[in-house]
Structure formats: structure tokens, C-alpha cells
Design a protein. Sequence first.
Length: 350
Amino acid sequence: MIKTDILIIGAGPTGLFTVFEAGLLKLKCHLIDALPQPGGQCAEIYPKKPIYDIPAFPEILAGDLVDNLMKQIEPFQPGFTLGERAETIEKQEDGSFIVTTNKGTLHQAPVVAIAGGLGSFEPRKPPIASIGKYEDKGVEYIIRDPEIYRDKKVVIAGGGDSALDWSIFLANVASEVTLIHRRNEFRGALDSVEKVQELKDLGKITLITPAEVKDIIGEDKVEGILVKKEDESFTIECDHFVPLFGLAPKLGPIADWGLEIEKNAIKVDNSLDYQTNIPGIYAIGDVNTYPGKLKLILCGFHEATLMCQSAYQRIHPDRRYVMKYTTVGGVEGFDGSKKEAPKAVVKAIE
């Protein structure tokens, strides 16, 4: 039995940052994740994808963000159960919870924080009958390593942020980048749409709208695609076809835990602490929903911070926690290390 103060389901950015905020409160954390390494989608799906909305980082690769978070939480010595999926949960007489994984590993904690992102997911595939034949032979639904597209002809299909961002990124990697979308309007960020248009004007991206990829050409691997644009059909030679239509999320076994679910997300009370309908179980990050919810990493960080304050009061109902800024109190890890606040700063604040 693995015992901890806060059991975190999901080791993505939000789950990892929870360890830091809990550590400041002297609360120990253990994380469960079905993936073989920490980082969630940032590590598994797009480690080389740049992220632009992390405070103080004008641009940071998703994999580097995970590395930084791991370094930040190192002093708090979190435990990890990786490559296992949280399967069942049982509430005990003392109010704590026992969570069992699909491999039978038992975990016990007075607080459970579900930070499972979008849950388990599968890529949404375009309705092309032959597409399965070309998977891993030029058809990819997720870009993990941009270097495989170095000096290659790449066709990307989609109209969201992922399609726009990767088209921009690969414009300086691939020999040719073609972006195809079935509408003239894109769903992604305006800045990205403007950047794609700028790269199109520079001849670095070929933009085809409104159009759809109808078939794939090639014997043993992708050699081209068939495109339909209005009443016209034509082929484009390419080495890779990357349909980026998003992921179909599934909560998995968590959906059977008695939590209130709305549109495949866990409803929480955002007026205070992001607690679910079951006291002691919280949901933070992309896995939760509430009025005005935004699925952004920085929002998950905010939710994790408030959740930890509530968790502290639940674990220590007789104690009163007085928050101190890290610029005053420093950061003291469970490993005995301590980053002291500069004396000049402390004196100025006092």
C-alpha cells in the first residue's frame, strides 16, 4: 500500500505543478499515470511543439516545459506509479480513499486530485477508406519528432491550433508544406492564422481552402494525395500526410467513480476549490468543467494552487495556514534543501 497526502491521477503539467504547490504546504504527493513517463500529452504527443502562453516564456517547447516542472518539484520527492491506469476508488471509514490500478497497485490518501487532462484519447481520423493501410507508412496523426519531416514534402489537414502551429513550425523543416482545410475560416488563434498567411505570401506554405483530402496514393507508402476543391479534383505529391483533426477524449474508468460528468468532463465547484460532488476528490486542469472554463495549462496551474489550499484544510482541520510568498519564505524541500529568500527582499516586504 502506497500512502501519501495527495494522490494525483495524471502526471501532466497540471499534476506536476500540484506537487510544487502541495510541497510548499508540506504535503506529500504521489502520481499515477497510464503513460510510461511523466509529462502527459506534452511528453507523449508533442514534446517538440512550441507553447506560447506560459507566463515568462515567450516560447517554450512542450518537452522542455515538462523538464522544467520536474526540476521544480525535485526537492519535494514525489512518488510515481507509471504505466498503470487508475481503475477503482473506495472510500474508507476514516474518510480516506484507496485507489487501485489496473495492475493491482494500491494507493491510499485523504485527498485525491484528478488531473488526467483529456483522459485517454484516440486521434480523430478523416473518412478515407484506405487510410489504415498507410498508418506509420507516411500517415501520422500525431507529430512527435519533427526531424522525420526534414527535407520532406508534407501535407497537413485541419483547421485548428495544432494544424496551424505545425504548419508554421515545419515551414522551416520540410522542403514543402501544404495546409488543407475544408473551410476558408480557421478555428485557431488569430496570430497563428496571420502567420500562416504571411508564410503563404512568402511561398513557404501552400494553403488550399476550402478543400478536402479524399484519397491517398501510393503502393507501400504515401506517395501523394487526392484533393477535392469545389468541383475540381487534383493530386499532390508528398511523403507524409498528417491529418490533425484533434483527439477524441475518454475518461475511462474514472467515469464510473460516481462523479458528476458533463460532456465527458468532471463538474467541479469553481467558486472555491475545484472539488467534485464527492468531498475529498478534486478535479483540476483539462479534465474538469465549470462555467467559463478555459482548457489552458496556465488555468490548470491556477486551479492546482487553490485546490492545494483546500486540501491542506481537509488534511489538517485544526491548523491555520498562513500563506507566505516564496520571496519571503523561500522554498524548503523534503530533501533538506532550501532556497532562501534574499534578505534585502525580506526586509523590503517587512
